[in-house]
Design a protein around this ligand. Sequence first.
Ligand code: 8OZ
Length: 368
Amino acid sequence: MSQSNDSAVLFSPFRLGEIELKNRIVMAPLTRNRATRGSDAPNALNVEYYRQRAGAGLIVTEGTQISQQGQGYIWTPGIYSEAQIAGWKAVTDAVHAEGGKIITQLWHVGRVSHASLQPGNGAPVAPSAIQAKTKTYIESGFAEVSQPRELGLDEIPGIIADYVRAAENAKAAGFDGVELHGAHGYLLDQFLRDGSNARSDAYGGSIENRVRLVLEVVEAVATVFPKGRIGVRISPVSPANDARDSDPQALFGHLVEKLSAAGIAFIHVVEGATREARDYLPFDYLALRKAFKGAYIANNGFTRDLAIETLAEDCADLIAFGRLFIANPDLVERLKRDAPLNTPDVATFYGGDARGYTDYPALAGKAA
Ligand code: 8OZ
């Protein structure tokens, strides 16, 4: 049951680790495939898009590949070249000038990629050579993901080094922190789950072994950013990109306990199936919240009412909105006034130009 005056919490400041937020509303990471073609660097259009949305307490950028090997879709931005760092610096400057906070989502897709996007058109890498039943999109449109190859044990330090370099670049680009993409069946999630990880070394087998890579990446990235500026996104039951595990409650219960002990600022939890039902499979999210001493960001399909109720019942500290932020640059103001919302246009989600990106109108009388 939510009382109307409970809405005040949504608009109240919150200290997320070492980052001071002006409200409890997070812009969720959203892949939009509008980086500069060729360099995968953010450009002026991307700057304008993020600037328009700086009313959020926190922006988490779209997934940003830490290396070319970490890329799985065409025209997603990277954070491994000088041009990409410069592009992101313009984004963070614009968001900070509007009084917003912004962190980047460090992304390695693992097996969810296509050889045409890989260095030397090679096979994508994965914990095991198990092809995902999922599609990606390349220049010519949707395509089955390529057969991956198993990462050698001797290659894992290089993956961790790529995360560290990406974090250094994120710092140089002026980000307030980083989120590790540990959700949606990408590399870190592939290591976590027994449906994609069949390794017999220290990174596979038991739950303790499967969480090892995520925890090592956290510690490595913590040599660049303080733990109070690091978070991890997870999606315990989401089937996105063929993610499967025999016991998600035990797996994510253990992971979150370890992340809590590590002392990172937040976990960002996609509750239910990504872009689909929140109650897709039974899962005790409150157990994760209770096991974690930092902040809990809840995401997936939230409405204004559900956000207010979730905070009032202390089931989360922050609420992340995705699709609503695509269509409403001034989402915070609209939620404050309980104003009508623009409808997102699915046809312009992935790729294209300003249409369906920076041309959604703000409320009358307020420039975006
Ligand atoms: C939609 C399309 C492509 C990628 C995710 C980064 O699901 C993504 C993504 C979403 O986390």
